[in-house]
Design a protein around this ligand. Structure first.
Ligand SMILES: Cc1cc2nc3c(=O)[nH]c(=O)nc-3n(C[C@H](O)[C@H](O)[C@H](O)COP(=O)(O)OP(=O)(O)OC[C@H]3O[C@@H](n4cnc5c(N)ncnc54)[C@H](O)[C@@H]3O)c2cc1C
Length: 264
């Protein structure tokens, strides 16, 4: 059976609980928040490494983001990925899902050899879930969305089990393919410098390296216009201390729960 060359698209996202919105520019104020690798992308990396263990081949990581994303890709390298690429240039900034998927597709073409692209099901900051389908369209290949598990069939097709409302669906597609992976389908392995295969640092490519018309990238290439943004306020937490012995506290608590849930 053929070895698999896999590219995993990973997005560096701000921790959701630390994000604020910039009312004037209508953008997320990422500078104020700490970052992490988008959680389902960690599941996609784990699935890619497990497929490499079964079939051989390579796992490359690809991200589009600011220069500070590079150390986060090192995390994926320390999980065992072979190579990592970062698309980073001011011209990529402010991209909606159309130029994001376009730039990633161009990055994939520049990496060259590949059979399978894995993405997370959605990002924790944009959360459209449109990027994987966009990449498949730009590359003109098969796609499976919301996959829970993947296996290579003896005839060379990719078998994907996907979650649908009320059940599971099993489908087979020819390679090459783009697959989005459900959050939590596996336990991502820890990073460990002994797992690192390549001493090479993350390769950084600018818009010029992709050789594309800048009008297709970033703000300029984005048809989405953000009308308004505002900061959602968390409700004030209410807390009451109950006095007395444990039995008395339990009785008071039960009374208060009954009062809260009983119809007025
Ligand atoms: C209404 C709205 C307004 C927005 N405004 C702005 C803005 O003003 N400025 C701004 O910078 N952003 C903005 N964004 C965010 C921007 O559109 C997204 O960050 C970007 O287009 C990717 O889309 P997503 O996060 O929804 O990805 P999804 O489609 O949810 O991501 C699915 C998967 O695709 C892959 N992926 C997605 N993005 C990347 C990436 N960059 N690198 C590698 N892999 C990736 C990952 O595997 C990810 O798990 C906005 C989003 C929305 C919905």
């Amino acid at each position: 059976m053929k070895a698999l060359d896999i590219i995993v698209c990973v997005k560096v996202v701000p921790k959701p609980e630390e994000v604020t919105v910039h009312a004037e520019t209508r953008t997320l104020d990422r500078a104020q928040a700490r970052s992490e690798l988008n959680p389902p992308d960690m599941n996609a990396i784990e699935l890619a490494l497990a497929l490499r263990e079964r079939h051989g081949g390579t796992v490359s990581l690809l991200s589009m983001g600011p220069p500070f994303a590079a150390p986060y890709l090192e995390v994926g390298l320390a999980m065992g990925a072979d190579r990592a690429y970062l698309l980073s240039d001011r011209l990529f900034g402010g991209a909606d899902t159309l130029p994001t998927s376009f730039a990633l597709a161009k990055g994939i073409e520049k990496i060259g050899e590949w059979d399978l692209v894995l993405c997370g099901e959605e990002s924790s900051d944009g959360a459209t879930g449109q990027v994987p389908a966009g990449i498949a369209e730009w590359l003109g290949c098969s796609q499976i969305t919301y996959a829970m598990d993947l296996a290579l069939l003896p005839d060379g097709r990719l078998r994907g089990e996907r979650e649908i409302r009320g059940g599971h669906e099993v489908i087979a597609v020819p390679l090459p393919a783009v697959v989005s992976v459900k959050l939590g389908v596996n336990e991502p392995r820890f990073m460990d410098m002994e797992r690192r295969r390549s001493p090479e640092p993350v390769t950084v490519w600018s818009a010029g390296n992709l050789g594309v018309d800048p009008a297709w990238l970033g703000f300029e290439g984005s048809p989405t216009v953000v009308g308004a943004v505002w900061q959602a306020k968390s409700p004030e937490r209410q807390r009451r201390f109950l006095e007395g012995m444990p039995q008395e506290k339990a009785r008071l608590l039960a009374e208060q729960i009954r009062a809260a849930v009983s119809p007025q």
